[in-house]
Design a protein around this ligand. Sequence first.
Ligand SMILES: [Zn+2]
Length: 299
Amino acid sequence: MNARSERRRVGSHTPTSGGLARAALPYAEAAASEVVQVYVSNSRGWALPAGDPAQDALFRDGCGERGLPVFIHASLLVNLGSPTPATVTRSAETLAHALRRGRAIGAEGVVFHAGSAVDAGHAEAALRQVRESLLPLLDETAAVGGPMLLVEPSAGGGRSLASRVEHLGPYLDAVDRHPMLGVCFDTCHAWAAGHDLAAEGGMTATLDTLVATVGADRLRLVHANDSKDLCGSTRDRHENIGKGSIGEPAFAELMRHPATAGVPVLVETPTEKHVGHAADIAALKRLHPRPAGRGRPAS
Ligand SMILES: [Zn+2]
């Protein structure tokens, strides 16, 4: 393996208000992002905007020139496990829209939350809904060469379909381990779901379990977020890297683990303009292991 393929690109969620290229490209530059994630619809709404072809082209070309991989985060309302049929339909339509938009802007992946059965009696039906909704989308995006869909385990609670990394096994099985369904690992969610990432070796053990559950090459994106809450709280309040209850040593383990080699890592942390993100991106870059035999050791 060479150093280039092992490098973890570090970036942030990136605002787009005012125009995809007009807003996101200067932001990525100011934050020194090496990877960007954007919303292509309101994060808390169901409206599915068409996008502006001129901004799409400028953004796609701008990211291409800068070598920035692009990810889309689907609306937070998406829940394929919902007991409400209209919500399942809208969720599938939202993912189809995000995949179309992803093709237009050159995205590698569309992240969506694993979802929740909401009611105790609905758990089995919920995974059937995941299968029925996702399989056609996965086949379709495979036929046109991407983007991938990336399932993100949640912070837990509320009959969630996947919060601990072991839950990804049944989730992937529900779609016959389709090659176009990847995984996005969020550190704050895993911590909230009870993985003790702050213990020495805790992040390493969690990533080992993730790989044992989903296999190699399934992890395609990391959301690196510290937490304002305690382990197992099921609360999802992000904090800046090293400023929260997870702490910097866990993120050093994250950046060293073989499972994250070559996988983009991005923050979704509190920020004033780009300043908080720039600091978190710089912190994660400092924790990145140096390629063997090159440069001075990190001080
Ligand atoms: Zn996340």
